[in-house]
Design a binder for this molecule. Structure first.
Ligand SMILES: Cc1cc2nc3c(=O)[nH]c(=O)nc-3n(C[C@H](O)[C@H](O)[C@H](O)COP(=O)(O)OP(=O)(O)OC[C@H]3O[C@@H](n4cnc5c(N)ncnc54)[C@H](O)[C@@H]3O)c2cc1C
Length: 437
């Protein structure tokens, strides 16, 4: 009997073959459609353990899916799709328990009646699992840090199928590794986060025409360098990509405070002659989160950039050069500092905590782009490297040893490998940024 037939017998109704909607959903990720042999949708940590044990015993490769926004499509093997583990429970003292397959939009919606939010990413469909294990930067990053900074406990299914409760006291090295080391150590079936009040947010966007990018970048830098932690912002420079997305610089902001205060803080930007539209108003936290871009065809993303220690004029000019070419390139600069920078650089695998921004330039190529086209697209993005340190794993779409060495400083990578050797010596979990034992 084949492995899939055997697994279907052991876990009836959980194993889905090609042609079923559950298979299609589990096999599809943001950048394309995979062809695994089967998709398993467990409904508990114990069932995840059963699926892991069965795959390991049979020597069948497995991959884990939460929101599917950070993986490549897989061919063959088994996908463990955590879609059934999407619960959100508000516990004592602002602690919130979230299933490893929940999406951030669902989490924000579930917390809204409690006037709570979790510092996390800014797209609704992105999964809790991948984003949280890789760091997690979003609308509250300067106020409450990364998602991993407010993570207090993880329920983890390890390579032998055991279910561990991992926190600062129980398996502390594993807990350190899970806060940025990705899905290399097991399947996270439940996360516990410390949520924070999000009542009284104001936010929105300001659009600029393309006439004076250098002034927009400088004004943004000057606003954010002295801004209170309550102000979070992203400056995106968009290529003409889709009719519903205007090309040119777009500032997105959120402030825990009043609209008058927001307009006062943004004055250097609002007074620029290149402003074409201003939309700022009180907003609920869930409404700050966006849907992933609709109807994007499969594509190849070529990206570079990372953590910015200082937004000098030279650095800003280098970032601006990435969007000057013919290819559709978007530049996204997210302000850091604040609570992000109050966490010591060795407290989690995400280092470079003294950074003031994250700057990433991404070029979208057609899915059939060949190696030469990819290599050519990388060249204009390389001007970012001189002005950044490391790369943020969640925003890095390439994964090989060279990229891994940029994601983690050497001593961090060594420490992660030691944890990997202890908890997954057989290298069962080969996450997007694969850390070998
Ligand atoms: C449109 C878009 C917007 C984004 N916005 C942000 C943002 O605002 N902030 C930010 O920080 N990042 C953002 N990201 C990056 C995102 O955090 C990563 O792509 C992340 O990996 C996505 O997680 P996922 O669960 O959706 O992906 P998946 O593809 O499901 O998982 C990604 C990786 O994590 C592993 N994994 C997932 N869940 C688990 C689990 N429960 N246990 C063990 N391993 C697991 C997978 O095996 C895989 O290796 C964005 C990405 C996209 C495409």
């Amino acid at each position: 009997m084949s492995f899939i037939a055997e697994l279907s017998e052991r876990m009836p109704q959980r194993v889905h073959a090609p042609g079923t909607p559950e298979y299609e959903a589990g096999a599809t990720v943001f950048i394309g459609q995979g062809t695994p042999d089967a998709v398993v949708r467990p409904t508990s940590a114990a069932e995840v353990g059963e699926a892991v044990r069965a795959a390991v015993t049979a020597g069948v490769p497995l991959s884990v899916r939460s929101g599917g926004h950070g993986s490549d499509p897989v061919s063959g093997g088994v996908v463990i799709d955590l879609g059934e583990l999407a619960h959100v429970e508000v516990g004592e003292g602002g602690l919130v328990h979230v299933g490893g397959g929940a999406h951030w939009g669902g989490v924000a919606d579930a917390l809204a009646p409690h006037a709570l939010g979790i510092t996390s990413g800014d797209t609704r469909d992105v999964g809790v699992g991948g984003l949280a294990l890789g760091g997690g930067a979003g609308w509250l990053v300067r106020l409450h840090g990364l998602t991993i900074d407010i993570l207090t406990e993880v329920e983890l299914v390890t390579a032998d199928g055991s279910v561990l409760t991992v926190d600062a006291d129980s398996h502390p090295e594993l807990f350190w590794a899970l806060r940025g080391g990705g899905g290399n150590f097991g399947v996270a079936t439940r996360f516990t986060f410390r949520a924070a009040p999000v009542d009284g947010l104001v936010g929105g966007h300001v659009l600029f025409d393309q006439s004076d990018l250098p002034s927009v970048l400088r004004a943004w830098r000057d606003v954010m360098v002295d801004a209170p932690d309550e102000l979070n912002s992203t400056l995106a420079v968009m290529p003409p990509l889709m009719p519903e997305m205007p090309a040119g610089p777009m500032l997105q902001v959120a402030l825990l405070g009043s609209e008058a205060e927001l307009r006062r803080l943004l004055e250097p930007l609002l007074s620029l002659p290149s402003v074409t539209a201003v939309a700022l108003a009180p907003v609920d936290y869930p409404d700050l989160l966006e849907e992933a871009p609709p109807g994007m065809p499969p594509f190849v993303m070529v990206a570079d950039g990372g953590f910015v220690p200082e937004l000098t004029d030279e650095a800003l000019d280098a970032f601006a050069r990435t969007v000057e070419g013919e290819l559709p390139t978007m530049l996204i600069m997210r302000a850091l500092g604040g609570a992000f920078s109050r966490v010591p650089s060795d407290a989690t695998p995400i280092a470079y905590r003294d950074s003031v921004a994250l700057a990433v330039a991404t070029t979208l190529l057609p899915a059939d782009a060949d190696a030469a086209q990819v290599a050519a697209a990388k060249v204009p993005l390389e001007s970012t490297v001189e002005f950044t340190r490391g790369v943020y794993s969640n925003f890095s779409h390439e994964h090989d040893d060279q990229v891994l060495a940029r994601v983690f400083p050497p001593e961090t990578l060594e420490r992660l490998r030691r944890v990997k050797a202890q908890y997954d010596p057989g290298d069962v979990f080969r996450a997007t940024h694969h850390i070998a034992p």
